[in-house]
Design a protein around this ligand. Structure first.
Ligand code: SF4
Length: 271
C-alpha cells in the first residue's frame, strides 16, 4: 500500500515539474538528454510526443525502485543547492552578527564566492534548452577581484554499484565517466560562456547515495566544442526524419531503452 501511494506522489511531482519547466517549450531539445538517444530527442522535441508516466501496476519492482532513486537524487540536488544559497546569504548579504564578524579574514575570502543555482540556459543556434545545477563566480584570488573566475558544476548522484564502477578502489578521478554526463555539462557550458564571455572550469560534484561520499571531478573545457558538434549532428540528423536505430547514438547503450518512456511507441530491436 505505502509503496503505491508513494509512487503516485512521485508521478505527481514529475507532472508538476514537466508542467513548470517544459510546457509551451516542447520544441527545444533537452540539454539533459545529450548523448543518450537521438531517436528519443526526435520523439520528444520534433514530434513532441507526450507519453503519460507509467502507473504503479505497469512497472516491475526494479523500475519502481529506479523512480524512487531518481527522486532521492532530486532531493539531494535541492539540499546541496539550498546550502549554497544559505552560504550566499550569510557571506554576501552580510547578515553575520558582530561576534562572527570578528573573523574578518575568513569572511573576506568567503564573501568573494557567489553561487547561482538551477539557472535556465537556452542556445537558440542549436535549439537546446536546459537547467544547470550550480554556477560559481569566484573572486577569491586577488588577480580575479574585478573579473571573477566562472565555474560551472553538475551534481550527479549514484548508487554504490555505479560509484564503484566510476571510482574503482583507490582511484579519485573517475574511470569510464559517462560520455552523456560530459556532453550534458558541456552543453550548459556553451550557454554560460556565451552569457559571461568566459568559462574557466567545469566539474561534477559526485554523491554516493549509499555511503554519502562526495567528490569533485573536472573535465576538459574542450568538451564544449564536442558538445557543440554533437548538437549540430542531432539537428542535421533530424532534418532528414526519425533516426535509424544505431547502437552508439540511437540509443547510446542498450540499457537506455529499458528506462525510456517511448519504448512502446519506438519498438527498438534487441541490440
Ligand atoms: S526505446 Fe531506445 S531507441 Fe527508442 S527512443 Fe527510447 S532509448 Fe531510443
Amino acid at each position: 500500500m505505502f509503496e503505491e501511494i508513494y509512487h503516485d506522489y512521485l508521478l505527481h511531482k514529475i507532472s508538476v515539474n514537466t508542467e513548470e519547466r517544459y510546457k509551451g517549450k516542447e520544441g527545444w531539445y533537452h540539454a539533459s538528454g545529450a548523448g543518450l538517444c537521438s531517436r528519443k530527442l526526435y520523439y520528444q522535441s520534433v514530434e513532441k510526443l507526450q507519453v503519460p508516466p507509467k502507473k504503479f501496476k505497469d512497472l516491475d519492482a526494479k523500475k519502481r525502485a529506479y523512480k524512487r532513486q531518481a527522486r532521492l537524487g532530486v532531493e539531494i540536488h535541492e539540499e546541496i543547492q539550498s546550502s549554497l544559497l544559505l552560504y550566499n546569504n550569510i557571506y554576501n548579504n552580510n547578515i553575520l552578527n558582530k561576534k562572527e564578524n570578528k573573523e574578518n579574514n575568513k569572511k573576506e575570502i568567503k564573501e568573494k564566492l557567489k553561487f547561482i543555482v538551477e539557472g535556465e540556459i537556452t542556445i537558440p543556434s542549436l535549439n537546446v534548452r536546459g537547467f544547470y545545477d550550480v554556477l560559481l563566480l569566484d573572486a577569491s584570488l586577488p588577480e580575479f577581484k574585478d573579473k571573477p573566475l566562472v565555474k560551472l558544476y553538475d551534481i550527479k548522484t549514484m548508487n554504490g554499484y555505479k560509484w564503484a564502477r566510476h571510482f574503482p578502489r583507490g582511484t579519485r578521478t573517475p574511470v569510464n565517466e559517462a560520455e552523456n554526463y560530459r556532453l550534458q555539462l558541456a552543453t550548459y557550458g556553451i550557454a554560460i560562456k556565451e552569457e559571461y564571455g568566459n568559462l574557466d572550469y567545469i566539474a561534477f560534484i559526485y554523491y554516493n547515495i549509499n555511503t554519502q561520499t562526495m567528490r569533485e571531478s573536472s573535465i576538459p573545457l574542450d568538451y564544449l566544442e564536442k558538445a557543440r558538434r554533437y548538437w549540430y549532428s542531432v539537428n542535421e540528423e533530424h532534418s532528414k526524419g526519425v533516426p535509424e536505430f544505431r547502437l552508439g547514438t540511437s540509443p547510446a547503450e542498450k540499457w537506455v531503452c529499458n528506462y525510456c518512456d517511448f519504448k512502446e511507441y519506438c519498438k527498438p530491436p534487441i541490440f
